[in-house]
Design a protein around this ligand. Structure first.
Ligand code: ZN
Length: 157
């Protein structure tokens, strides 16, 4: 099982370059990411126990979702593995709203870390102080949805 602080160090290392590469983070944590075709559109992702892998889990993501959405899903599943691997059991599936069988507070925690992974505050502030201030521009720079970026910046929608 992953050590929390070591895992967060890996995340930080990958946040030096924007946009953050979610699959690279997963791979460095010993987790493989698979894009799955022909999933129902209301299925976003899945994380499943894999005792053979170094990270202990595999991540699956809906191939038909747009890239920004896949990136958020992957970050969300990575967050599940980092924060509460013991709650995953043999596996969990996240629906379109990134809800699984886990509690709302656990899902909210995973969403928070996913946002932290994709939109590190330090880098955001750097871009903003360099004059990149529109939600659309920042969303493009960080390769996230405008909705995710607006939430991150606390912009009313
Ligand atoms: Zn989830």
């Amino acid at each position: 099982m992953l050590n929390l602080n070591a895992a967060l160090d890996v995340v930080r290392e990958h946040q030096r370059k924007i946009p953050v590469k979610t699959v690279d983070i997963a791979n460095e944590l010993g987790i493989k990411v698979y894009k799955v075709p022909n999933w129902p559109s209301d299925l976003s992702g899945m994380v499943r126990k894999n005792p053979e892998s170094r990270g202990g889990f595999d991540i699956f993501v809906n191939q038909d979702h747009p890239e920004v959405r896949r990136r958020f899903t992957i970050a969300h599943e990575i967050a599940h593995v980092i924060l509460h691997p013991h709650l995953i059991g043999d596996g969990i599936t996240d629906d379109a709203l990134l809800r699984s069988g886990l509690s709302n507070s656990v899902e909210a925690q995973a969403n928070r870390l996913a946002a932290d992974i994709l939109m590190p505050r330090e880098k955001l502030n750097e871009f903003i102080s360099n004059g990149v201030t529109s939600v659309a521009q920042l969303a493009k720079t960080f390769n996230v949805s405008e909705q995710s970026m607006a939430i991150r910046l606390g912009v009313p929608q």
